[in-house]
Write a protein that binds this ligand. Structure first.
Ligand code: FPP
Length: 243
């Protein structure tokens, strides 16, 4: 393992797009004898600080995995608790996000969420849609395979309509039809809590991303640890299959 101390953040080489798998809320709560939702609540507090620090550092796109297509398998109280937290987060943070010129976007089919959560999300999307600062992408009911399948279905429909032939299909056409259409791939994907998996997050977009794993549980993921992860990324040599 690389030493934790040896990283110095270079503020001139901040990645444009950082993606984060926010993992470990449940274990954080368990360690304290608290219900899992207390972990998600603490995770929400951590997220606020990471969004702020992303903006200060000059990250252009921050994408966080808040709820996966697989997370519906969790107990119903936990699922509805996460959606309630989302409303709390949006109500508390929207004015400040907007004042900081942050643009909120949602990756995933959020139409399955409870009405009140959808309303809170749509208010945020509408209010911030013309902002030009940090783009804050929240992956909700998101799955990488599901996202690729949506793109494939759309392209197949365009082929069936006669607008395109199979031979004309390109990688760019797939990229354009993902939630990330028009934005650069993440240079770095960070996952907290010591788990070493991608878990169906940004499968297409992370083809050449660097992965940074930290043992820190998401609620304890501080802006300082975030900077350390970015500095660790900066220490990597990216070759994109070349030499
Ligand atoms: C992973 O921890 C976390 C989640 C699945 C939910 C993420 C939610 C938040 C960060 C807070 C809510 C904020 C918003 C914007 C919705 P886990 O429960 O998988 O932890 P474990 O692996 O330790 O059980």
């Amino acid at each position: 393992m690389e030493s934790k101390q040896n990283y110095q953040l270079d503020r001139e080489r901040i990645p444009q797009h950082v993606a984060i798998v926010m993992d470990g809320n449940g274990r954080w709560a368990k360690k304290r004898g608290l219900p899992r939702l207390a972990g998600h609540n603490a995770g929400m507090e951590a997220l606020k600080e990471i969004v702020k620090r992303s903006d200060v550092l000059g990250v252009k796109y921050l994408t966080v995995y808040a709820f996966s297509t697989e997370n519906w398998k969790r107990p119903v109280e936990e699922v509805s608790g996460i959606f309630k937290l989302l409303i709390v987060y949006m109500k508390k943070e929207l004015d400040e996000l907007h004042a900081n010129n942050v643009k909120v976007k949602i990756f995933g089919d959020y139409s399955r969420l409870p009405k009140e959560s959808i309303d809170a999300l749509e208010t945020a999307l509408e209010k911030t849609k013309n902002n030009t600062g940090l783009t804050f992408n929240i992956a909700l009911n998101y799955g990488g395979r599901d996202e690729i399948m949506r793109a494939v279905r759309r392209l197949a429909a365009e082929c069936c309509d006669g607008q395109l032939t199979a031979e004309q299909l390109t990688e760019d056409m797939v990229s354009d039809r993902l939630y990330t259409g028009g934005i650069p791939d993440p240079e770095v994907v960070i996952r907290t809590s010591g788990e070493l998996r991608l878990s169906n997050f940004l499968l297409w977009q992370s083809a050449y991303s660097e992965f940074v794993f930290t043992d820190v549980l998401w609620p304890d993921f501080s802006p300082e640890e975030y900077e350390r992860c970015i500095a660790e990324f900066q220490g990597r040599k990216r070759r994109y299959g070349g030499v």
